[in-house]
Write a protein that binds this ligand. Structure first.
Ligand SMILES: NC(=O)C1=CN([C@@H]2O[C@H](COP(=O)(O)OP(=O)(O)OC[C@H]3O[C@@H](n4cnc5c(N)ncnc54)[C@H](OP(=O)(O)O)[C@@H]3O)[C@@H](O)[C@H]2O)C=CC1
Ligand SMILES: CC(=O)N[C@@H](CCC(=O)OP(=O)(O)O)C(=O)O
Length: 348
C-alpha cells in the first residue's frame, strides 16, 4: 500500500482527491491537512465521505508528511514551493496540483503569479504531469507538477495538430469555459449564485496565467525548427459546477482532408486510456466526463475551409486536477494507470 498525505484537504481539489482515493485499492491516506479545520473529523466536514476515512484534519507537519511515500499538494500557489524542498531532501515523492512547478521560465512565473519563486531550481527538475506527453519521465519523477485545468483541455485538443506541424502555430485561438468550482472553494462575491446563475461572461481576456503554461506545453511538442506556438486564450465562467469546454480554432497549413484529420487524432490517442476521440460530426458534452478522468475530443473542418475546429471537454476537478494527479501517481508507482479511475460519468 502507498502511504499518502494530502496538504489542503478541504478545498475542492482536496476533497476530489479524497473521493477518488477512498476506493483506490493500493492507497492508504494517512494524513489530511487543514489549518482552519485542524481536529475536525473528515466525515463531519464532508458527509459524502462518512464510512471511508477514520481521520481528522491536521496541521501541515513536515515530520508527519515525511513518513509518507507520496504527498499531494492541493493548495493555492506559493504554498508547495515553500514546503516541497524539505520533502524532496528526505526522499518523499510529491505531486503538486498548484501552478508552483509548472513553468520552466521562472521570470515568467514570477510576472504572472506576482511573487518571487521560492524554489526555482526545483521547478527545473519537476516533471510536467501530462501523461499523454510525459509518461516515461513521470514514471521516474520525484516531483510532478500537475497541469492546470484549462491547459489540460487545450493542450490535449491541439497536440495532434502541433506535433504533426499541420497548422499555423502563430494563429491559435482558444475560447474555453469553466464551471465555478475551477475558482476553488473560497467565498468570493463574483461566484455567489445570484451573481453567476443565468449569466455567462468572459474574464481575463487581456491575459490569463494559464497562457504561458499552454504555450510552453504546445511548444514542447512542436517539431524542431517550427515557429513557436502563440495562443490567444479567452476563458469564460459557466453557471455550472464542474466541467470545461474548450473550442479551439487553428488555421490549416497542410491541406489535410477531414478524413485525414480524423485519422490523425485517432492515431495519436489510440493507446491513451483517458482521451476519447469522438466520431466525425460529434459535439462533446461536459456531462459526458463529469467526475471522470476522461477528455473527449472532436475535430472538424467546417465548410471544408482552412479553419480547423477542435472541441475538448474535461471535468476541471478530475482530468483537470485530482484524477489526473491519481493517474500520475499510478504511473509513478508502477500501478495499472487506470486503477481507481475506471468509473463512468455520473448522469444526469
Ligand atoms: N479548482 C480547480 O478546478 C483546479 C485547481 N487547481 C489548483 O489546485 C490548487 C487547489 O485548488 P482548490 O482545491 O480549488 O483550492 P481551494 O481554495 O478550494 O482550497 C485550498 C486548500 O489549501 C489549504 N491551504 C490554503 N493555504 C494554505 C497554506 N498556506 N498551507 C497549507 N494549506 C493551505 C486550504 O485549507 P486551510 O486553509 O484550512 O489550510 C484548502 O484546503 C490551487 O493551486 C488551484 O489553482 C488546479 C486545477 C484545477
Ligand atoms: C473558473 C475559474 O476561476 N478558474 C480558475 C482556474 C485556475 C486554476 O484552477 O488554477 P491553476 O492555475 O492552479 O490551474 C481561473 O481562471 O483562475
Amino acid at each position: 500500500m502507498i502511504k499518502v498525505a494530502i496538504v489542503g484537504g478541504t478545498g475542492y481539489t482536496g476533497v476530489e482527491l479524497l473521493r477518488i482515493l477512498a476506493t483506490h485499492p493500493q492507497v492508504d491516506v494517512t494524513a489530511i491537512t487543514s489549518r482552519s479545520l485542524n481536529g475536525t473529523r473528515v466525515s463531519e466536514q464532508f458527509p459524502s465521505l462518512r464510512g471511508h476515512y477514520d481521520l481528522a484534519f491536521c496541521e501541515p507537519n513536515i515530520e508527519q508528511l515525511c513518513a509518507c511515500d507520496l504527498v499531494f499538494f492541493a493548495t493555492p500557489h506559493g504554498v508547495a514551493q515553500a514546503q516541497v524542498p524539505a520533502l524532496i531532501e528526505r526522499g518523499v515523492r510529491v505531486i503538486d496540483l498548484s501552478a508552483d512547478f509548472r513553468l520552466k521560465d521562472i521570470p515568467a512565473w514570477e510576472a504572472w503569479y506576482g511573487q518571487e519563486h521560492a524554489a526555482p531550481a526545483l521547478a527545473q527538475e519537476a516533471i510536467y504531469g501530462l501523461p499523454e506527453v510525459n509518461r516515461a519521465d513521470i514514471a521516474d519523477a520525484q516531483l510532478v507538477a500537475c497541469p492546470g485545468c484549462y491547459p489540460t483541455a487545450i493542450q490535449l485538443g491541439w497536440i495532434p495538430l502541433l506535433e504533426a506541424g499541420v497548422v499555423e502555430p502563430a494563429q491559435l485561438i482558444a475560447s474555453a469555459a469553466s464551471g465555478a468550482s475551477g475558482a476553488g472553494r473560497q467565498a468570493k462575491t463574483e461566484l455567489i449564485l445570484a451573481e453567476n446563475s443565468d449569466n455567462f461572461r468572459a474574464y481575463s481576456a487581456a491575459g490569463h496565467r494559464h497562457l504561458p503554461e499552454i504555450e510552453q506545453g504546445l511548444r514542447g511538442v512542436q517539431p524542431s525548427g517550427a515557429s513557436p506556438a502563440q495562443v490567444t486564450f479567452v476563458p469564460h465562467l459557466l453557471p455550472m459546477i464542474r466541467g470545461i469546454h474548450a473550442t479551439l480554432f487553428a488555421k490549416s497549413s497542410a491541406g489535410l482532408s477531414p478524413t485525414e484529420l480524423q485519422t490523425l487524432f485517432e492515431q495519436r490517442y489510440k493507446d491513451e486510456p483517458f482521451v476519447d476521440v469522438l466520431p466525425p460530426g460529434s459535439h462533446p458534452q461536459t456531462r459526458s466526463v463529469r467526475g471522470t478522468n476522461m477528455c473527449r475530443i472532436s475535430v472538424m473542418q467546417p465548410q471544408d475551409r482552412d479553419t480547423l475546429v477542435v472541441m475538448s471537454v474535461i471535468d476541471n476537478l478530475a482530468k483537470g486536477a485530482s484524477a489526473q494527479a491519481v493517474q500520475n501517481m499510478n504511473i509513478m508507482f508502477g500501478l495499472t494507470e487506470t486503477l481507481g479511475l475506471e468509473s463512468p460519468a455520473l448522469l444526469p
